[in-house]
Design a protein around this ligand. Structure first.
Ligand code: AMP
Length: 334
């Protein structure tokens, strides 16, 4: 039973006991029936916060032995409604008896040297509250030291790299980014050992690469891709949106406007349109926005990610735009 309904008339508390000797948590829920009977439920409804890798692996082994479905949502935290839509989807995929695990780890290896790793937003307490309210069973939040022990000393030296889909777009703009993503996702899959993992279409290329990696490296994990969650004005939700202060926020709608513009152009004709012409039009639209600078816009096949010369319905569009210092990405199926 998920806790949200019960929390309204119960008190739940939990203690994080995540040392090597005592792994687990204590939880008590008190609730009173309309007839006045008091119930005390122990070890129920509480979300467990796991910080140690062996503790998470022991739990995963236990669940595997019990034959439970485990749905997994990897995140870098600072959760928003987009993340929560993935968690809800994971809950449905896990079913009544399954488990939902959310990981929270700002992965340093997917940030380039001049990127925003140190200023990436973090709010652990709020993330815990949000995960708990979504009925997450385990929040796995390892430290950097545990995931990459003594990395600067060169003790971590094994990386996983996808070699084809990762060459364009985000991979071209951020050369070491996907190597960091596939490495951390691979590590998390080995630690959490989920049955199913949910990724967002917001990071379309990332999701395609993870799917390819899972297939190529024989992970027995179903990869599910959930739709993009947007603000009412069309801006795709992102943890980085909080950097969009002042009028940067209104200017950031340019990504959605570019998508809408291309959709309109395609709607006006039954014929495919040259990708080069649409790219020039998008460049001009972005140039008109004072704080915006186009990094790339691409039109490609959604399966192979190979760029197309002629754009038609079913082509995938993706773009990256700096708004002030903040780099935003968006994409859609045309
Ligand atoms: P992040 O914390 O940014 O690494 O994102 C964790 C997961 O949430 C990734 O699979 C993202 O694609 C997904 N995600 C982030 N923003 C959104 C959004 N607006 N809609 C749907 N999924 C999202």
């Amino acid at each position: 039973m998920r806790c949200r309904r019960l929390l309204r008339f119960s008190f739940v508390d939990d203690w994080q006991l995540d040392s090597k000797k005592r792994e687990g948590w204590l939880a008590f829920a008190f609730f009173v029936e309309p007839a006045g009977q008091l119930h005390i439920v122990q070890h129920a409804f509480a979300m467990k916060i796991v910080r140690s890798i062996p503790a998470m692996q022991r739990l995963a082994t236990k669940w595997q032995r019990e034959g439970l479905r485990v749905s997994f949502v990897p995140t870098m935290g600072f959760l928003h409604a987009g993340h929560l839509s993935l968690i809800k989807r994971a809950g449905k995929l896990a079913g009544k008896d399954g488990k939902v695990v959310v990981s929270l780890f700002v992965n340093p290896t997917q940030f380039g040297p001049n990127e925003d790793f140190s200023r990436y937003p973090r709010d652990f307490k709020k993330d815990v509250i949000l995960c708990r309210s979504e009925g997450v069973d385990v929040l796995f939040a390892p430290t950097r030291e545990k995931m990459y022990p003594n990395n600067s000393g060169g003790e971590f030296s094994t990386y996983v790299a996808e070699d084809k889909l990762s060459r364009t777009m985000e991979g071209a703009s951020r050369p070491t980014h996907f190597r960091g993503v596939t490495t951390i996702v691979c590590k998390l899959f080995n630690i959490v050992r989920p049955t199913v993992a949910v990724f967002g279409a917001k990071d379309f290329q990332q999701a395609a690469i993870v799917k390819r990696m899972a297939r190529d490296l024989n992970f027995p994990i179903k990869i599910v891709i959930a739709p993009i969650h947007r603000e009412p004005d069309g801006l795709a939700m992102s943890s980085r949106n909080q950097f969009l202060t002042g009028d940067l926020r209104s200017q950031s709608v340019i990504l959605w406007e570019c998508i809408q513009y291309v959709r309109r152009r395609l709607g006006e004709t039954a014929k495919p349109l040259p990708a080069a012409r649409l790219k020039r039009a998008v460049e001009q639209l972005v140039e008109k926005v004072r704080a915006a600078r186009l990094d790339y816009v691409e039109f490609f096949d959604p399966e192979s990610l190979i760029a197309v010369r002629r754009v038609s319905r079913g082509t995938q569009m993706a773009l990256a735009v700096f708004v002030g210092n903040t780099r935003l990405i968006d994409n859609c199926r045309l």
